[in-house]
Design a protein around this ligand. Structure first.
Ligand SMILES: [Zn+2]
Length: 271
């Protein structure tokens, strides 16, 4: 009976929240998601991480073509651009929500921990980001590892391509970084002199590099063998042969990001 009521709540198309008051823990939430064909529309999963709650916000419904994800909640332009795309063209967009900041914080046994959510998709990455941002313990690392796998289940379940959306700041990280500082991470780099280097695609498969280059966009192809293992989603996808396109745009340039995401989904829909 409990399960029936729960399924009813989950299947209601405009239900706002999937609350963990009903779902005793996040593993149970996972079972429900994997076992049923649920259409989500502006829903929220409250994920228990240590003694805290992370919200996984879901817009749209599953698409076999692509899934959009934002991992850094402070990169507001990318969230707004992805939401507009979903509103206008359908598809599926998820983002992680906690405090509006880049890093996620949680406590476990009264000890505070923090991590960058785009550094958690390998064990090595989790260790590095937790050490960089403060405390570390094996128990806390395992909590983060479970959270990463929960996200990966979502991202790889139905869609043939993950489209990540990120923002950077003028003159900081850009496609040009792969000529210098991040040189070992890239196999190929294409920069169109008439485009802003802050706006570029970052991909893990050669065919995607060729396509975006042919369209005149700046594009970087990850070197999947030699890339530095920082635990980012691109590293995970590159190592596991998962199609991944990152739409990286300077913060504030909403129309540029919208146009680039649209170019990616049109391209994927042609196949
Ligand atoms: Zn980011």
């Amino acid at each position: 009976m409990f399960l029936f009521i729960l399924l009813y709540i989950l299947s209601f198309p405009y239900s706002d929240e999937v609350s963990s008051n009903n779902l005793k823990n996040s593993d149970f939430t996972d079972d429900i998601i994997n076992d049923c064909d649920i259409i989500y529309w502006d829903s929220v999963i409250r994920y228990n991480l240590g003694n805290d709650i992370i919200e996984i916000r879901i817009n749209g419904k599953s698409s076999d073509k692509y899934i959009l994800i934002n991992l850094h909640e402070n990169e507001v332009t990318s969230i707004n651009a992805a939401k507009e795309i979903i509103d206008n063209f359908g598809g599926y967009f998820i983002y992680i929500s906690q405090s509006g900041e880049r890093n996620i914080k949680f406590t476990l046994d009264s000890i505070p921990y923090a991590f960058d959510p785009n550094r958690i998709f390998t064990r090595e990455g989790i260790k590095k980001t937790m050490h960089n941002l403060g405390n570390f313990s094996l128990e806390a690392e395992n909590e983060v590892f479970k959270f990463a796998n929960y996200l990966l289940d979502f991202l790889t379940k139905d869609s043939v391509c993950i489209i990540a959306v990120h923002n950077n700041y003028d003159g900081n990280y850009s496609a040009k970084s792969y000529y210098r500082k991040n040189k070992q991470d890239a196999k190929r780099v294409y920069i169109n002199p008439s485009e802003d280097v802050d706006d570029f695609f970052f991909v893990v498969q050669e065919r995607d590099f060729d396509f975006f280059k042919s369209q005149g966009y700046n594009v970087v192809l990850q070197d999947n063998e030699n890339v530095n293992d920082d635990g980012s989603l691109s590293v995970y996808c590159g190592k596991n042969n998962i199609r991944y396109i990152n739409v990286e745009v300077q913060e504030g340039k909403l129309q540029t990001q919208y146009k680039m995401i649209l170019s990616a989904i049109n391209y994927l829909s042609e196949k």
